[in-house]
Design a protein around this ligand. Structure first.
Ligand SMILES: NC(=O)C1=CN([C@@H]2O[C@H](COP(=O)(O)OP(=O)(O)OC[C@H]3O[C@@H](n4cnc5c(N)ncnc54)[C@H](OP(=O)(O)O)[C@@H]3O)[C@@H](O)[C@H]2O)C=CC1
Ligand SMILES: CC(=O)N[C@@H](CCC(=O)OP(=O)(O)O)C(=O)O
Length: 310
């Protein structure tokens, strides 16, 4: 039988992008709710319970409510794109490339938590270095990032695009998360295998989709003998055989003068770079992705496909 998929929140930013990615697919049947009924709880509950996989594209509270609507149902599998379950031990974390066993965990899981956009970049850079023993216990990790404004969902899109609104945003680039308590920090710490919470400073630019995540490192404070080449080699080994997450060769990245945050917009891929000078004191790790691609909707469809392949 053709598996039935219901996207709860299908008329929002992430939901719409998932729907677009599924358009034309004949191997799945999409259950749909009319836009005007998107908050009709009885209708949602019915559709949720009739799906084989429910993809939740809702704010955290509404996600928890949807999971509650499925509490008596032992067959529906869930992919949640919110922050609600990303460090819950009974949910599989939906970052298939984060280590060798993760894709199989996602395949077998009933409940999958889709990663946050910024954590996808940060964990993608940090976890391989923790696993290889290069990034020692206690290292004070900083994560600096810029996102396209669709990362803020329907509300921020309207604030950036409609300057007649009372709450419009006129800045072309702004830093936020200033109290340093962003909701993505616990997820970066847990799945980045860090013993100290990273210092995370996000920002938004006046472009719709795209993201750069940077993790600067002091080589002297890493495992003895670490070099730009050994860091790059550890990332290359970690992502060997992957095609969605790739590591840019040093010979290529050393020639670059800049990295464009929009380069991977409208793709589901992520590129990792290691910048610095051989023999120098510092390296800067950079992840490039689309906040709505590998950072959200692309990852959700990848996870759905893994679950359907079980
Ligand atoms: N945008 C991004 O880049 C990313 C987003 N995410 C996560 O994905 C989830 C969705 O975010 P995003 O698509 O950006 O948000 P949007 O605000 O664009 O869309 C959310 C959708 O959910 C609907 N909704 C809100 N509350 C309820 C409710 N109680 N019952 C039913 N429907 C409801 C909204 O309807 P209404 O229009 O009526 O408000 C809207 O259609 C969030 O948890 C977000 O954190 C994850 C990674 C990246
Ligand atoms: C630009 C912007 O506002 N971005 C969002 C994160 C987008 C994302 O990844 O959302 P979830 O973790 O909720 O899934 C923020 O900083 O809250």
């Amino acid at each position: 039988m053709t598996p039935k998929i219901f996207i709860d929140g299908e008329h929002g930013t992430t939901g719409l992008q998932i729907r677009t990615r599924m358009a034309g697919r004949r191997d799945v049947e999409l259950l749909s709710i009319p836009e005007a009924e998107r908050r009709n709880a009885a209708m949602r509950e019915d559709l949720l319970n009739n799906a084989d996989i429910a993809i939740l594209c809702l704010p955290d509270d509404a996600s928890k409510e949807a999971v509650g609507m499925l509490s008596g149902n032992n067959s529906v599998r869930i992919i949640d794109t919110s922050t609600a379950y990303r460090i819950a031990s009974d949910w599989a974390y939906g970052f298939a490339e984060m280590d060798k066993a993760q894709a199989d965990k996602i395949k077998a899981a009933r409940h999958v938590a889709n990663p946050g956009c910024y954590p996808t970049g940060a964990i993608g850079l940090i976890r391989p270095l923790r696993a290889a023993g290069i990034l020692p216990d206690g290292y004070p990790v900083s994560v600096n990032a810029v996102s396209g404004y669709t990362g803020g969902g329907k509300q921020m899109i309207a604030q950036m695009e409609d300057q007649s609104r009372e709450d419009s945003i006129s800045a072309n680039n702004f830093v936020y998360g200033l109290p340093l308590k962003h909701k993505h920090v616990p997820e970066m710490k847990t799945h980045g295998l860090l013993d100290r919470a990273p210092l995370f400073s996000p920002s938004v630019g006046r472009f719709a989709q795209g993201m750069i995540v940077q993790v600067p490192l002091f080589l002297d404070d890493l495992k003895d003998g670490t070099t730009i080449e050994s860091i790059h080699a550890a990332l290359v080994a970690h992502y060997a055989g992957q095609d969605i997450v790739t590591v840019v060769p040093l010979a290529e990245s050393t020639k670059l003068g800049r990295v464009d945050a929009e380069e991977l917009a409208n793709t589901d891929r992520m590129k990792l770079f290691v910048f610095g000078t051989p023999g120098g004191a510092h390296v800067n790790l950079v992840a490039l992705l689309d906040n709505l691609g590998k950072g959200a909707s692309g990852a959700a469809v990848q996870n759905m496909d893994l679950m359907l392949s079980a």
